[in-house]
Write a protein that binds this ligand. Sequence first.
Ligand code: COA
Length: 385
Amino acid sequence: MSTAGIHDLELATTHHVLDMADLAAARGVDPNKYLVGIGQSRMSVPAPDEDVVTMAATAASRLLERHGTEDLRALLVATETGVDQSKAVATFVHGMLGLPSSVRSVELKQACYGGTAALQMALGIVAREPSARVLVISTDVARYALGTPGEPTQGAAAVAMLVTAEPALLAIEPVSGLATIDVDDFWRPNDSTTAVVDGALSMGAYQNSLTAAWDDFAARGGAPIEQIDRFVHHQPFTKMARKAHMTLARHTGVRLSGAQMESGLAYNRELGNSYTASLYVALASLLDAEDDLAGKRVGLFSYGSGSVGEFFTGIVGEDYLAVRRPEADRAVIEDRVPVGVEEYMALHRRVLSSEEDAETPRVTRAPFRFAGIQGRARRYEATGR
Ligand code: COA
């Protein structure tokens, strides 16, 4: 049986952070609606010289510093905040990291599910060629229009994962439960920089997808729910993971404890929604928070509106603590620079047109920055940090 899976992972986020209590005050809303009702404390806000490409390259560069590029055969980037209709985010990142030309580069999209699609594709590649390693990156900026109900569920992050045949962190088990259900719960038209969402429908669609994916998982001989020790669910906001956990308990008729999913909420509560990255931010949060997970089974539910859901499981490696770096992850979160609501709104409204050359101000402290538009093409550069 294949034991391929996630060997190591690395987080990145944006330069700025907005406190949800400040947003609540500006919107005339009780702060507890955001802090408790939605379950978000802060959200990441990109600087003008940051986007999904710079976050992806930052996360990946830190991962490759530790593991090198030898035997790297593919760079798969999942995002629903793509910067071009044709050129893959992966290709920009490939160039910024100076990867060998023998690494295939592709972008994948299916709303927030894309990262799991990329992970499954990576597992297929290493199953066929066990010496190969694959870099999977989920990177997104969640954007809703200002003043809408979706506004407090924005955020941004990237997670880079190295997928190998002999992973230190999480060996992915072969059974997956799948659910593709065509529904218009959330989407972003080509001519819009913000998502369109039917909030109530999206929460119902998420839960329908979870139960359908679970049923498929169970029918295919997946692990019984009593043998799953921890759960991480896709988190557009952390309350959604709590709802998912209760839905699964109700659906299976098995009592599940909140403690089985609590450690996976900490980072998402700080970063906000990161679409494709959110499930893997939750995984990092879980693996950083608990130090006795070796050999434990984790259930993961990935959901992408539109919709595709997948329930799958992984076994935490015996030596997983040797690759985890909780201080580094916490530094990514704590090093962000606070912005007030006025500055956040100005950043939100700032959208560059590809019709005009533009240079961006130098703000980010990350190793890569978006330098601006030249000759209709996006330009990126290393910052030397
Ligand atoms: N103190 C504590 N809790 C409060 C509160 C207060 N003062 N005021 C409201 N709440 C709770 C509500 O009871 C509700 O909790 P519940 O769902 O457990 O009952 C929660 O806060 C949200 O309140 P609600 O009135 O439903 O919020 P909303 O209509 O403004 O929208 C979303 C909430 C999530 C639908 C909205 O943010 C959204 O559309 N987000 C984007 C879509 C999304 O992420 N979908 C998820 C599936 S992918």
